[in-house]
Write a protein that binds this ligand. Structure first.
Ligand SMILES: [Mn+2]
Length: 289
């Protein structure tokens, strides 16, 4: 099992230009992967790409890419020209991640994040997304990338709110590189049984996000951590558990999607505090295996 940490734990913003340093920091905190937002990956200068690749190798840290697509990238759109353009952009993104050495892309990558254009014709959205993802899957296979569709809560998408819905879309696509991302925070809102959600995703589970009910780093509380870990073991899940705490106010994480409206950290929280907190969190989850 690999353990990853999202860049936005250490930054107020979804994206930055200090990924090589954060790769090193991830390793120092005991993580095997750093998860970065997809936005800039298409336009990164070669020098930055080279530095990220060499930092990944030097620290034995995998790079994961994630995030939500907008209307332009929406693979479920009904406008055929727009849909084909979105498929083409997806292919260019996959090529960019190939250069970065990333093999895992997760998020709202089947529709558009926080856009609710066609909720009354969900079936049509599923059909369009499946058609697009069959094509995207071929390209993902060429670059050995697992394209993981994130199951999110009702306030972020109308398409995939439960593992069952994701499994249905994954089965419609039926491609080994098109998989599922479950996130315990979203699941806590939508699922009846978080362990059962893991079992439903089963062999299609390509990534797993962890955070508490209020998106802090995993820690003991009322989420059924042990049940979830037991289910992950039961399905022989051996990919990545990535921690996705959203605890920073004042930047794009808070203001553009994360909705962090109050201080989630002590006023005097510094880098050492953040590292200590996440190291303890990792030890807590590892202790359940
Ligand atoms: Mn997530």
């Amino acid at each position: 099992m690999k353990f990853g940490i999202c860049y936005c734990y250490w930054s107020k913003n979804w994206e930055g230009t200090d990924y090589p340093q954060m790769i090193e920091r991830a390793r120092k905190c005991g993580f095997d992967g750093l998860e970065i937002f997809w936005g800039r990956t298409l336009t990164m200068p070669q020098k930055e790409i080279d530095e990220i690749v060499s930092a990944s190798k030097a620290n034995d840290v995998e790079l994961y890419v994630s995030g939500g697509f907008g209307r332009e990238e929406d693979l479920s759109q009904t406008d055929e020209a727009g849909r084909l353009a979105a498929v083409e952009k997806s292919k260019r993104l996959i090529e960019a991640w190939g250069k970065l050495g990333a093999h895992n892309f997760s998020g709202i990558n089947y529709g558009a994040w926080c856009k609710f254009d066609r909720p009354i014709d969900k079936e049509r959205s599923f059909e369009q997304a499946a058609k697009s993802l069959k094509e995207v899957g071929k390209c993902a296979a060429d670059y050995d990338i697992s394209w993981n569709m994130e199951v999110v809560n009702r306030f972020e998408s109308y398409m995939l709110n439960t593992a069952e819905e994701a499994r249905r879309l994954a089965d419609m696509v039926d491609h080994p590189n098109i998989n599922i991302l479950l996130d315990i925070f979203h699941g806590m809102i939508e699922e009846d049984d978080l362990a059962e959600a893991v079992r439903i995703a089963g062999n299609k589970l390509g990534h797993y996000h962890m955070g508490t009910n209020n998106r802090r780093p995993p820690r003991p509380g009322f989420l059924p951590w042990q049940e979830v870990v037991n289910a992950l073991k039961e399905i022989n899940y051996d990919r990545c558990i990535s921690f996705e705490p959203l605890v920073r106010t004042g930047g794009s994480v808070a203001l553009e999607g994360g909705n962090v409206w109050r201080d989630m950290l002590p006023k005097d929280a510094n880098n050492a505090y953040l590292d200590k907190l996440i190291i303890e969190s990792l030890a807590f989850i590892k202790g359940l295996f």
